[in-house]
Design a protein around this ligand. Sequence first.
Ligand code: 3PG
Ligand code: MG
Length: 399
Amino acid sequence: MTIRTLDDLLAEGVSGRRVLVRADLNVPLDKQTGQITDDGRIRAVLPTLGALVQGGAKVVVCSHLGRPKGAPDPQYSLRPVAGRLGELLGAPVHFATDTVGDSARSTVEALADGQVALLENLRFNKGETSKDDAERGAFADQLAGFGEAYVDDAFGAVHRRHASVYDVPARLPHVAGRLVLREVEVLGRLTGEPERPYVVILGGSKVSDKLAVIEALLPKVDRLLIGGGMCFTFLKAQGHEVGTSLLEEEMVETCRNLLERSEGKIMLPVDVVAADAFAPDAAHDTVRADGIPSHRLGLDIGPETVAGFAAALSGAKTVFWNGPMGVFEMPAFANGTRGVAEAITKTDAFTVVGGGDSAAAVRALGLDESSFGHISTGGGASLEYLEGKTLPGIAALED
Ligand code: 3PG
Ligand code: MG
């Protein structure tokens, strides 16, 4: 099984050729202002786009943003992304106000060599995410009409069996872009024979989202540190009361079972920051993890937990981190995430940050991105990769 790469395509020559690039420009937007709050995913695709521009291709970029329901929805327009992409590329990006309609056709036709167009949100079209092969296929036919070759650089979306990810590559000569290659190479190091000790830190709100990856990782890791909203379901499974903290009641039994089977590898918080309300200015205190008051909810891991996690990380040779340790968007509840992130950077391990939220946390907290080995652009995609699942978008690139 081989995957052709962007370099193979560039070697053939792309000058004057229309190249369709699937990117993951699904960036977080400020709800009030509509401004891009983290442009990491836009920057991540620049190496691929830059190489195609240099090669003189007519570059047609497509992406999803958010989860609109198969029809245009202005709050999910990619227009602001076109502006930011243009700034970063140092050349205007021609924006089509639809995905495969008149605007897209005329925008693509007007492209000169070395110019870039961005189509409007793929998910404004029912065909993109349809479960019906024919409906997806019809949309993929239209998209494929915009390129003579297809580059997949949307690592964050390779776990989706969507038209632009799965069906278009069946219709055009296809290659993996630089970002997809780098992600697969790095995550491959984690699924192969990672250097030990191998420590994984998981956070985020739901156990149910992480269950499959916990199951897959438990036999492989030396330590599994759990923080974030999901730790409360584990604490409950240990028999502790968790007040009004986030709790997945139906997962308690599963967590109990995981703890029993984990041979002591799972480490849970010993203290948490418990607040009166889910609000930036809520009254809060650090309490023992087995003493959360009934009217309070845990919004971060406490300092003793951070110290314990840091100690567990200190000798690690491989580290994977997914999911914030607390509500890092609120400064009062950001210390856990910051502390763990800093502890990761202090190891001499090969360190990988996976997941849109943890990557955004690294940048929002002003941490130096270059002190991590790799910051993945994939949330669900990186987890499914580590679960060992076949990712539709990767499978579609194989020949
Ligand atoms: C992500 O944010 O994880 C990717 O862009 C995929 O988005 P989705 O979960 O809406 O498919
Ligand atoms: Mg997501």
